[in-house]
Every structure is written in structure tokens, then in C-alpha cells.
Design a protein around this ligand. Structure first.
Ligand code: ATP
Ligand code: MG
Length: 266
């Protein structure tokens, strides 16, 4: 803890894309581990009832004593529910199928979209980064994520329909910005599962850059089987095979995020 100045508070980022299977969880886990390798204190919040970010961080989602569900309905705090990912070097707020019930329980609550934001406040000086792995929906859960965040990172594959789906998400971010969370910004688009040998991917990638300019991250994450294998070993790809091209890309992406996010306590 730095005694000479007030402790810095965490920057909070959603990893979101309402399209399924685009690499959100892989990005969340490996960015968390990548930031940890750069010495950053990270909390990874699993906002998806599938619990993939939890399991991929080496935490058994069915055996945790409490999880994000209890936090959202006010029966536990993040301090009580967080678990250390020993393999990843970061903390995890775990999730499992129970979380799907939160949608219903939250509906009757006041400030139902602000529960996650309120829950993060007491732990925000414990971390440099809080990353939220969103489910592939624009649901009340995702809204809680967007309401709690400073920014959104959108992982995407450079495919034909990618740009079309993107406009829905960008509009949602704008609406949340105007109505609920004026701090929310699109931080950037991360090209993932990229295969430079595919001409169409190169074309879509170039289109993205011409549309979104420097909102497209410099780092490109290649399609790399080591990243896909890692979750079954309960560890981030960054740890499972640090020298692989996929791991190296996420370590570089961690450095790019640190560079983009001006440190509050500098
Ligand atoms: P969902 O929408 O279901 O939450 P998601 O967007 O979180 O999915 P992931 O689970 O991260 O997507 O990835 C989908 C699949 O693609 C997984 O099997 C994952 O291992 C694989 N994958 C992700 N990124 C890469 C990559 N760069 N190279 C190879 N495989 C990858
Ligand atoms: Mg996922």
C-alpha cells in the first residue's frame, strides 16, 4: 500500500460481445493473467452462469462457498466470495448456474442494474484492474456489468457479419452511457482468433481499422490451439504455455491496456 498518496482505485472493464463463442472468456482470463504478469492486481468477475471464466481460472465452480449470485442479491460481499486463482495470479469472483436466477431476483429490486457497481466499491482499492466476463446476451446481468464499468473491450473475429453485430453493441454502449453510466466508454476492439492467411479476415480487419481507427487495438490475437487447450488444465493459456503465440499476444495486450489506461496514482 502506498502511504504517501491515497490508494488508486481500480479501472473496471467489461469484456463484452452479445455474439456467442467469439473469445470473450478466453480474453478475460488471459488478459487477467497477462496483467498479473506485468505486476498488476486483478479481479476477474465471472458474469456468466456458464462459469467458464471460473473453471478456466482453475476454480471449481460447484464447490465455492458463495459466488456472484449471492453478491448481486446482497447475501454476500465480494470480500467474502472472491477466490484466488493460484494458477493465474489474480482473484476471481466465481459464478455458476445459480447466477441465472439472479435475473428474476433482481427484477423486483430497486436500482437493479446497479447492484454490481455498488458491490465493487468496497474492494476497488484492492485492485488495479477489475475485468468482467459478460455472457453472450444483452440481459440484466450484462447491464449490471456495463453500469459498473469505465469501459468496454470487444473481442471479435474478423468475419463477414462481424461489423453488423457490432453496431448493435456500440448502440447499447451509447444508450447505457446516456441513461445509466456516463463514464462508460468503448475502449477498443480486439481482433481474436485471427488467421492472416484468410483473405476475408484481412479485408474485414482493414475495414475495422478504417471505421474505428485507433479504437482497434494494435495487438492481434492469433488462432492458437494452446489457448483452447488451457481451460481443460484449469489455467490461463498465458500460464499453460507462456511461449506460445497466443500467450505472447495476450501478454502484449496486457501491456497495451496498461499503456492506454493512464495510471490514476501516477
Ligand atoms: P460465450 O459466448 O459462450 O461466452 P466466448 O465469447 O466467451 O463464448 P470463448 O469461450 O472464449 O468465447 O471461446 C470460444 C471457443 O474458442 C473456446 O473453445 C475457446 O477455447 C476457443 N478460442 C478462443 N480464442 C481462441 C484463439 N485465439 N485461438 C484458438 N481458439 C480460441
Ligand atoms: Mg464466455
Amino acid at each position: 500500500m502506498n502511504h504517501s498518496s491515497t490508494p488508486s482505485t481500480a479501472r473496471v472493464f467489461c469484456i463484452a460481445n452479445q455474439k456467442g463463442g467469439v473469445g470473450k472468456t478466453t480474453t478475460a482470463i488471459n488478459l487477467a493473467a497477462g496483467l498479473a504478469t506485468h505486476g498488476k492486481r486483478v479481479l476477474l468477475i465471472d458474469l456468466d452462469p456458464q462459469g467458464n471464466a471460473t473453471m478456466g481460472s482453475g476454480i471449481d465452480k460447484s464447490s465455492v462457498s458463495s459466488n456472484l449470485y449471492q453478491v448481486l442479491i446482497g447475501e454476500a460481499t465480494i470480500e467474502q466470495a472472491r477466490v484466488r486463482s493460484e494458477t493465474g495470479g489474480y482473484d476471481v469472483l466465481p459464478a455458476n448456474r445459480e447466477l441465472s436466477g439472479a435475473e428474476i431476483d433482481l427484477v423486483g429490486m430497486q436500482d437493479r442494474e446497479l447492484q454490481l457497481k455498488h458491490a465493487i466499491v468496497p474492494v476497488s482499492t484492492d485492485y488495479d484492474f477489475v475485468l468482467i466476463d459478460c455472457p453472450p446476451t444483452l440481459s440484466l446481468l450484462t447491464l449490471n456489468g456495463l453500469a459498473a464499468a469505465h469501459g468496454v473491450i470487444i473481442p471479435m473475429q474478423c468475419e463477414y457479419f462481424a461489423l453488423e453485430g457490432l453496431s448493435d453493441l456500440v448502440n447499447t454502449i451509447k444508450r447505457v452511457h446516456h441513461n445509466i453510466n456516463p463514464e462508460l466508454m468503448l475502449i477498443g476492439l480486439l481482433r481474436v482468433m485471427f488467421d492472416p492467411r484468410v483473405t476475408l479476415q484481412q479485408q474485414v480487419s482493414a475495414q475495422l481499422v478504417s471505421h474505428f481507427g485507433d479504437k482497434v487495438f494494435r495487438t492481434v490475437v492469433p488462432r492458437n490451439v494452446r489457448l483452447a487447450e488451457a481451460p481443460s488444465h484449469g489455467m490461463p493459456g498465458v500460464v499453460y504455455d507462456k511461449s506460445s503465440r497466443g500467450a505472447q499476444a495476450y501478454i502484449a495486450f496486457g501491456a497495451e491496456m496498461i499503456e492506454r489506461v493512464v495510471p490514476a496514482a501516477a
